[in-house]
Design a protein around this ligand. Structure first.
Ligand code: MTE
Length: 323
């Protein structure tokens, strides 16, 4: 996600992300990564990408009535090679090439803020906490591309009930891994790290919001947010924080990474809305990855097509103001 702002660079010469690069930080970071022997993007692309899904990574799932029906599922290969995971680089292929370095075991998720008591859960306990469902959802990025993905997880509400937030908690914040040893992107893009996202409590408690451990019947590949991420299918993809390590319950709206970066473009709500075009991309249509070009462009739908289920969460709100 990226914002084209560098007035001095002709648009033909930039990838959108490059406008965000803080070159001095990048150079410092590149030198540091070299010293650590981690290599830059160019070097990592010379070696074959490592397998990120082990042979024993299958998950047992039950189907879910909340799955979309009649959508063509995007090929696994596209979903694992065209990613936004800026901790691993700014280009779409960078997460595939770099994220294998992230260690996903041991892994804990700490819960604090407005809760009965601070808690920490091991990832394997979380994974076993509730039956895992397969949920096929449309996945819509603010960059106006989309996919259809069979995620694996259980409703985020189950986790929230386990976390026991106090009645004073009005928001939930997700903070994700920030590991300078394995994440070259931390030096390449000036986001307010660690990546932070948030939801209003009633949004987070909605049954469609998914605490996600896998996809295509297997554990999540690292580049897709292993070992645990959220998926909020009626919102733009950037609301779906990957590789979560910390969940905080708050009374006030938490800060979020993209809103910090460009508040005029990325609102806190970020519901898919074809009528609000604040980003460089028109939201009226989207390009479905994996479909032949003559079928790929489709009209975008309000709330990504989940309006029947979620529109009541926003009753009475001006969605052009609260975008
Ligand atoms: N989570 C973290 N930790 N870091 C990120 O850079 N990118 C977000 C979101 N979650 C991001 C993240 C954005 S911009 C999008 S569109 C989705 O992840 C992309 O998810 P996908 O790569 O599985 O399609």
């Amino acid at each position: 996600m990226l914002i084209k702002k560098a007035a001095d660079i002709p648009s033909s010469e930039i990838t959108p992300q490059s406008a965000y690069l803080n070159r001095r930080t990048f150079m410092r970071g590149a030198a540091a990564m070299g010293i650590l022997g981690l290599g830059g993007d160019g070097i990592s692309k010379l070696v074959a990408p490592r397998r990120t899904v082990a042979a024993d990574s299958k998950l047992t799932t039950v189907p879910s009535p909340l799955s979309d029906k009649g959508e063509t599922v995007t090929p696994f290969q596209d979903v694992t090679s065209y990613n936004n995971f800026y901790e691993f680089g700014v280009e779409k292929g960078d997460p595939l090439h770099n994220a294998w370095r992230m260690k996903t075991r041991p892994w804990t998720v700490t819960v604090d803020g407005l809760v009965k008591a601070k808690k920490t859960a091991g990832i394997d306990d979380l994974l076993k906490y509730r039956p895992l469902e397969e949920r096929i959802y449309r996945h819509r990025c603010v960059e106006a591309w989309s996919m259809v993905i069979p995620w694996v997880g259980y409703s985020l509400s189950e986790f929230i009930n386990w976390a026991e937030p106090l009645p004073s908690a009005k928001y939930i914040q997700f903070l994700t891994l920030e590991d300078t040893k394995t994440m070259p992107g931390l030096y390449q893009i000036n986001l307010n790290w660690p990546y932070s996202e948030g939801l209003r409590m009633d949004e987070a408690m909605h049954p469609l919001a998914l605490l996600t451990f896998g996809m295509y019947g297997q554990v999540l590949p690292n580049q897709d947010g292993a070992p645990v991420r959220v998926v909020v299918p009626w919102k733009y993809g950037f609301k779906s924080a990957k590789s979560i390590v910390h969940v905080r319950f708050t009374a006030k709206q938490p800060h979020t990474a993209w809103n910090d970066e460009a508040p005029q473009e990325y609102g806190f709500y970020s519901n898919v809305n074809p009528d609000v075009d604040r980003t460089p991309w028109s939201q009226k249509t989207e390009r479905r990855i994996g479909l032949p070009f003559w079928k790929a462009t489709q009209p975008s739908q309000m709330f990504n097509g989940y309006g029947d289920q979620v529109a009541q969460l926003y009753a009475g709100m001006d969605l052009k103001k609260f975008f």
